[in-house]
Design a protein around this ligand. Structure first.
Ligand code: ZN
Ligand code: ZN
Length: 419
């Protein structure tokens, strides 16, 4: 147990972290181009924040949260998603007083107590964006395109964009009535949680993960038939903006997203897995009432989240190569004495100061063993410092690709490598 990470968690070991950097670099580049700046919020928040935002009838809150009492007897929850904390920070720091729309992105671990199946971890990592104070559907379209751009730039093509509108509180009422009427005579087949949801928030039955609930939900009325004129116009506007910017999409009236805060736009970017199954790699939407709901000045907003592990899984499945930019260039082979080791360290330091990635020997290995190690590192050059080299002040520079060797001073070696 001591040497095993908790169930549902995964280490990123040093030889794999370049894959994460690859995605994170793309995230930082693409978000900056759209005006997003990074926000970092705590890993845990007051539980109440998630009850109010994500919603107390959602699967996330009812089944999946890591909640505990801290020593001050406060109820604390490890964040199950990224939006609530960002909204809390937006309010707490008075960011509504800044120029709007205010755009922020995050890279964060999120925690959900789930059965660890393919791609579902208890701690996973999300990239997400939030844009506060922009009401027009062009913002929704811009956000969606940012999501697509990041995924495409990672190498994921053939993605499908599904969009829907889930209306506003004004039109939600008549839709909820329709849902209640539909589910009324099917109560016997609903799970216990959904029976409760029927009275409090019937839309949440539609994303219940219990198979029997999912089956009944398939034929339920869809919200698109109930949305008000304002929501309709906004949804039309989104489609028009997406088309104007050259994006293909599908309207999928079954998307509701498993979080309560969405209004109007919801969307999912779908990828096909090797086994033919569809998987959502990015999901988001608009949340015009959320800031107000948490206690801030009414401010509309929209955003998305995407799971980094899923992106990595798909890249691997599709055999897409991720470049490892971190490459050792030089290894300095030294003789057994302290003086030779120190000369190695001094030369390595000099190289690093001029931007060359260099390693020197820190053991008492034979020359042969050191060259073997250099091969493992995949370096382009080795420098050899033995007793003779030390006394004459010139070292051997060996080109590992063609095997040629030259006797040069430290400065000449630096010159040569930099060329
Ligand atoms: Zn509406
Ligand atoms: Zn259910």
């Amino acid at each position: 147990m001591l040497t095993q990470a908790p169930k549902g968690t995964k280490d990123v070991i040093p030889s794999e972290s370049y894959k994460w950097h690859f995605i994170e670099d793309i995230v930082r580049e693409k978000t900056a181009l759209c005006g997003y700046k990074e926000v970092r919020t705590p890993v845990f928040e007051h539980t109440e924040l998630f009850l109010r935002s994500v919603g107390d009838t959602t699967d996330v809150v009812q089944k999946e949260m890591y909640t505990f009492q801290d020593k001050g007897d406060r109820s604390i929850t490890l964040k199950p998603e990224g939006t609530a904390g960002a909204v809390r920070a937006f309010i707490e720091h008075g960011l509504f007083n800044e120029a709007l729309p205010l755009k922020m992105y995050y890279l964060t671990p999120v925690f959900r107590y789930e059965r660890p199946q393919n791609g579902r971890l208890r701690e996973h990592h999300q990239f997400g964006v939030e844009a506060f104070g922009g009401s027009e559907p062009t913002l929704d379209a811009e956000i969606i395109m940012l999501g697509l751009d990041v995924l495409n730039s990672c190498g994921l093509k053939a993605l499908e964009l599904n969009i829907n509108s889930i209306g506003c509180p004004a039109c939600r009422k008549s839709y909820n009535d329709a849902l209640v009427a539909y589910f009324e005579d099917k109560k016997a087949d609903l799970c216990e949680l959904c029976l409760d949801r029927l009275g409090r928030n019937p839309m949440r039955i539609l994303d219940c993960k219990v198979p029997s609930c999912g089956e009944i939900g398939k034929n339920a009325p869809v919200i698109l038939d109930y949305i008000c004129d304002d929501c309709k116009a906004h949804f039309q506007g989104l489609q028009s903006a997406l088309t104007a910017a050259g994006n293909a999409f599908q309207i999928n009236p079954r998307i509701v997203r498993g979080l309560d805060y969405y209004t109007k736009t919801v969307f999912e970017i779908i990828a096909q897995q090797k086994d033919g199954q569809n998987i959502t790699v990015c999901g988001g939407g608009r949340y015009d009432k959320l800031v107000e709901q948490i206690g801030g000045k009414p401010t509309c907003g929209a955003g998305f989240g995407m799971g980094l592990e899923r992106i990595l899984m798909l890249l691997e499945e599709r055999g897409i190569d991720i470049p490892d930019k971190q490459q050792m260039e030089v290894f300095i082979v030294v003789g057994a004495s302290a003086a030779e080791h120190e000369a190695g360290l001094v030369l390595a330091t000099k190289m690093r100061a001029s931007g060359i990635a260099a390693e020197c020997e820190h053991n008492q290995r034979s020359f042969k063993a050191q060259f073997k190690y250099a091969d493992k590192l995949g370096v382009k050059y080795c420098v050899i410092i033995g007793e003779r080299e030390l006394s004459c002040g010139k070292y051997q520079l060996k080109n590992m690709q063609d095997g040629t060797q030259q006797e040069l001073s430290a400065d000449e070696i630096l010159q040569q490598i930099k060329e």
